[in-house]
Design a protein around this ligand. Structure first.
Ligand code: NAP
Length: 256
């Protein structure tokens, strides 16, 4: 049985990815900082038929925490074959109000986190000759838009990390890919919409609609669409170094 580890698996996109991998029959470690929330999600996934689901508390920015979480996952579920670097943060501000703390926080969580996780797990994948590293980046990893310089910079870096590492592991049974969704229906967007509403006086619903319209397809992406893409990348030996765009411009696919 393949083993997957999903960072940021406690809600939103990560939770949908963990659920999809459980449905595929993988053993799954659900990892995030909030211990109670990961335990709750792991219980729900087990109740939904997950044979082997582990709740792991970790902070992806902390090398010691990452090493301990990966060691625990290997000890309880077996060596990790599929790493989904999904944990991420997004804060918006005009460039002039982007603090160095916010800038560094984005780099630590969205870039150093995936680096530390991959560093901990890639060696084992290469030794076994099979593995998947899937980085949840963003359309902001490919294009620019205002008021999100720190987020955009971090996601461009994550796409660069993906492309560089993919060339290094090419032909060794391991693939490294990124998924680049537009605005998706999760807390991240609800929080952003609350901020827009507070700053502009517009309603929350208007703010959500304005974010949805910024996606080329004019609609929010569902977390399950991103999870579907993860399933596709797990099942494909040939796709490597891609930054797969999910911008809502195609009708929503649902395979589960
Ligand atoms: P979310 O609902 O805010 O969830 C973020 C997840 O990351 C939570 O499980 C959170 O749990 C975890 N996390 C945050 N910091 C962490 C840390 N230092 N260590 C470990 N876990 C941490 O976000 P989402 O919308 O599902 O986004 C998931 C990913 O998709 C992110 O990388 C995001 O940039 C990307 N994305 C989102 C959208 C969107 O519109 N929603 C669009 C494109 C890309 P704890 O707080 O408990 O740690």
């Amino acid at each position: 049985m393949r083993v997957a580890m999903v960072t940021g698996g406690s809600r939103g996109i990560g939770r949908a990815i963990a659920a999809a991998l459980v449905r595929e029959g993988l053993s799954v470690a659900v990892a995030a900082r909030d211990r109670e929330q990961v335990a709750k999600v792991a219980d729900e996934l087990r109740a939904g038929g997950g044979v082997s689901v582990l709740a792991v508390a970790l902070d992806v920015t902390d090398a010691t925490s990452v090493e301990a979480a990966c060691a625990r996952t290997a000890a309880e579920l077996g060596p990790v074959d599929v790493l989904v670097n999904n944990a991420g943060i997004a804060e918006s501000a005009p460039f002039g109000k982007t603090t160095v703390e916010s800038w560094e926080r984005h780099l630590r969580v969205n870039v150093t986190g995936p680096y530390l996780m991959t560093r901990a797990l890639l060696g084992g994948m290469l030794e076994r000759g099979w593995g998947r590293v899937i980085n949840v980046a963003s359309l902001a990893g490919l294009y620019g838009s205002p008021y999100v310089t720190a987020y955009t910079t971090s996601k461009h870096a994550l796409v660069g990390f993906t492309r560089a590492l993919a060339t290094e592991v090419s032909g060794k049974g391991v693939t490294v890919n990124a998924i680049c969704p537009g605005f998706a229906a999760t807390d991240m967007v609800w929080n952003g919409a609350h901020n827009i509403a507070a700053r502009t006086g517009r309603s929350f619903e208007d703010a959500v609609a304005s974010l949805a319209r910024m996606n080329p397809g004019g609609r929010l992406i569902e977390p399950e669409e991103i999870a579907d893409e993860v399933r596709r990348l797990v099942g494909d030996d040939t796709i490597n170094g891609e930054a797969v765009v999910l911008d809502g411009s195609t009708p929503q696919r649902r395979t589960s």
